[in-house]
Write a protein that binds this ligand. Structure first.
Ligand SMILES: [Zn+2]
Length: 382
């Protein structure tokens, strides 16, 4: 029995790490079950974990990694929903007229040969080049259209429904497979054989082999069904679905989340708040909305002593106003009362009398600014 236990231990270890990814930067991972909108959980981390159940899908999404305007581009995020906010190692500002070439390498966008920002899919390299080539007036109109595409929760919800419908068969086969592997584990791990009469154990050995053959068939059917689903789910972002499906085909423990695999690259890059409005709980949605708006209203320094060039501040101002306009419209449509998100907190200790409007930390009298340099405001006295 013990060799069976080691085989099962390896199986479950492989199952556990399947789909786990460590990215070079923090990002959002949104995991939901079935087509249940507004119940997905969101995590902001470098480590992205898929759901445990075969019915789960996953959306990986980054904050917009730059500020853009009709004048140019700056590689500093504005309106970031993730905390802590991350900043680029090098400050880069480009006017459109200066942009000659845009390329992508190792997950980064390079402008004129210099590393600019992570390639998150919000604006692809060809789109940046096309924007640079446009006359100023046409560029502004095009930019507004491209930005509006980041704030379309109905589109994301529709994609979740499509993914759910087109992966119903592999997800159902995966659920049956997972239940069967669990049953075998309980049987072997619990040493149930020793509790059964001898004649029963003998019969069960045959049943076990028949069961393993059935599991192999189930595995094959699930992989084939997922392959058919992939053909009907046109990706909009770079992905390695075919290669991943092939490796899942030879590694059964990695073929139990085929719905999540089919969802790779299926969701267009949007603003994290749009995703939260589309599929997350009201609490998560309100938290991300607050963080994105607070990042616009009280931006913190990017850790540099020299001030940003005038061109950069100009870009950030246009981008911030445009982002805030979209967020306000999005949140109003979702029934979120934005002023309530920013209401002053009541004191959390008798000595607290001020708070930071960005990080919501409270301070005692005599403190003027929080460690990030944000001017404090009075708490709400009861
Ligand atoms: Zn603060």
């Amino acid at each position: 029995m013990s060799e069976w236990i080691s085989v099962l231990a390896v199986f479950w270890a492989l199952w556990l790490i399947d789909g786990a990814r460590l990215a070079p930067r923090r990002g959002f991972t949104v995991v939901g079950l079935g087509r249940a909108a507004r119940r997905a959980r969101a995590a902001f981390s470098r480590l992205s974990l898929p759901g445990f159940l075969p019915a789960a899908w996953r959306i990986q999404m980054a904050d917009v990694p730059f500020a853009v305007s009709p004048a140019g581009l700056w590689n500093r995020p504005a309106g970031a929903a993730g905390r802590p906010a991350e900043f680029p190692a090098e400050r880069r500002v480009w006017r459109w007229s200066e942009i000659r070439e845009v390329g992508v390498a190792r997950g980064w966008i390079f402008i004129n040969g210099a590393r600019f920002c992570p390639d998150t899919g919000h604006l692809a390299a060809p789109q940046l080049l096309a924007l640079a080539a446009l006359p100023a007036a046409a560029r502004e109109a095009r930019l507004r259209t491209l930005m509006a595409a980041w704030f379309r929760p109905a589109h994301l919800r529709r994609r979740v429904r499509v993914l759910h419908a087109r992966t119903r068969v592999p997800a159902a086969l995966n659920t049956a497979g997972l239940a069967a592997y669990l049953a075998i584990t309980v049987y072997v791990g619990g040493d149930l054989a020793s509790h059964l009469a001898l004649e029963w154990t003998e019969r069960l050995v045959y049943a076990l082999f028949a069961g393993l053959a059935a599991l192999a068939a189930l595995h094959l059917a699930a992989v084939i069904a997922a392959g058919r689903s992939l053909r009907r789910l046109k990706p909009v972002a770079p992905q390695k679905r075919a290669a991943n499906l092939l490796s899942a085909a030879v590694m059964p423990p990695q073929a139990l989340r085929l719905r999540a695999l089919a969802g790779e690259g299926f969701f267009p890059a949007q603003h994290p708040v749009a995703i939260a409005v589309a599929v997350c709980s009201p609490a998560t949605r309100d938290q991300l909305a607050f963080q994105a708006l607070a990042d616009l209203r009280w931006p913190i320094g990017d850790g540099r002593d020299e001030p940003a060039p005038a061109a950069a501040t100009e870009i950030a101002a246009w981008f911030g106003a445009e982002t805030e306009r979209h967020l306000s419209r999005l949140l109003a449509a979702a029934g979120v009362a934005v002023p309530a998100l920013f209401a002053a907190p009541t004191p959390d200790a008798p000595a607290s009398c001020r708070y930071c409007p960005r990080c919501r930390d409270q301070f005692v009298d005599g403190t003027e600014r929080c460690p990030h340099g944000i001017a404090l405001q009075p708490v709400r006295r009861l």
